[in-house]
Design a protein around this ligand. Sequence first.
Ligand code: FES
Length: 135
Amino acid sequence: MDTDTKHRIAVCTSCKHKGTQIGPGHALIDTLRSALRAHGDPAVQSFEVSAVACMAGCDRPCAVAYHATGKASYLFGDLDPETDIPDMVRFAGDYAAMDDGWCASVDRPGKLRTSTIARIPTLLFDAQSKKVKAS
Ligand code: FES
């Protein structure tokens, strides 16, 4: 892993369960931050967790994104602070270890296999052609 790479997890704090005003985002942020800090791997501990108002995954509360410079980004939905934190922490370790962040659904832990809303390739600058391309 490039030691300069900043890994971030963005959690939607506007998502609400259907028919309620209950939003899981703030609880998910608190629980996830504690779990990441308690992990033994410094790469996992270094993840920043931030609140975001909306990531267009509104029908799938709670929406959560993983992103880092030079890596594919992921948007997941349906994540629950009561049940999905261990899988989210495990994926943080996997994601930190990947050079380009690209992985198949079968390589993601638990619910992250089936709750992917989007996988977005990183943009790379090709110095020879002087063009930006997706990885
Ligand atoms: S309200 Fe959470 S993604 Fe839109």
